[in-house]
Design a protein around this ligand. Structure first.
Ligand code: PGA
Length: 255
């Protein structure tokens, strides 16, 4: 694994945790991962938690991310948040195109291409999500779906920028269902995602971190992280409890 592909261990809280709960979590979690300096640790939290979390984790190895943002610098977009607003609060990263945002909030690939551009221009680490539905996998259309998402969402990203983003492959049928992709299936699909980035942007594809997400837990993290193309994970449910997520962050592989 190159330096550019330091493992990235991200917890996606979704719409869980009030500010008080977030601060209590951070206070318990940071000591559990203290001294882990060979991997990046990211908590992706609701907007209302971000400022408090940035303060609470200051001086630790824990980074903070928003779960979405708008591409416009400002404007009449009720309920939305801009990159500048996130940067001012001191957020390190932003998750873009989570399947729940695509499904419930009609987020499109065209909008995501713009968001990715703005995130990179703002110095935020972007975590772009992609993934296929159960129907698409059964119909043998996984690569077609992922290929289209990668082509369109990365349309305005340069090869020299790949180190500053991560792609999270999350099969939609594995999210919150307890059905994890087998490590082999996760490896194979993550390798496909990398090959698609390579087809578009060349050898720099070896520098982009590609994560797996979907029912990751302490019980399966070690075998997932042992796969050669999996550079980290995006964890939902199992990131909500500090000890469980700390164990995930502290994965151990034989290699
Ligand atoms: P899960 O969610 O770990 O609860 O399956 C993953 C995600 O949606 O990022």
């Amino acid at each position: 694994m190159t330096f550019a592909r330091r493992p990235l261990m991200a917890g996606n809280w979704k719409m869980y945790k009030t500010q008080a709960e977030a601060v209590a979590y951070a206070g318990a979690f940071a000591p559990l991962v203290a001294g882990v300096d060979d991997r990046d640790i990211l908590l992706c939290a609701p907007f209302t938690d971000l400022a408090a979390l940035v303060g609470e984790t200051s001086g630790t190895n824990v980074m903070i991310a928003a779960q979405t943002m708008h591409y416009a610098p400002e404007g009449a977009f009720t309920g939305e948040i801009s990159a500048a607003m996130l940067s001012e609060v001191g957020v390190d990263a932003v998750v873009l195109g989570h399947s729940e945002r695509r499904q419930y909030f009609a987020e499109t690939d065209a909008a995501l291409a713009q968001k990715l551009r703005v995130a990179l221009d703002s110095g935020l680490l972007a975590v772009l999500c992609c993934g296929e539905t159960d129907d698409e996998r059964v119909a043998g259309r996984t690569e077609e779906k992922l290929g289209r998402q990668i082509d369109q969402d990365l349309a305005v990203v340069g090869a020299d920028e790949l180190e500053r983003l991560a792609i999270a492959y999350e099969p939609i049928w594995a999210i919150g269902t307890g059905k994890t992709a087998t490590p082999e299936m996760a490896q194979e699909t993550v390798a496909f995602v990398r090959s698609r980035v390579r087809a578009n942007l060349g050898a720099a594809a070896d520098k982009v971190r590609i994560l797996y997400g979907g029912s990751v837990k302490a019980a399966n993290i070690d075998v997932l992280m042992a796969q050669p193309d999996i550079d980290g994970v995006l964890v939902g449910g199992a990131s909500l409890e500090p000890a469980e997520f700390a164990r995930i962050v502290r994965f151990v592989t034989a290699a």
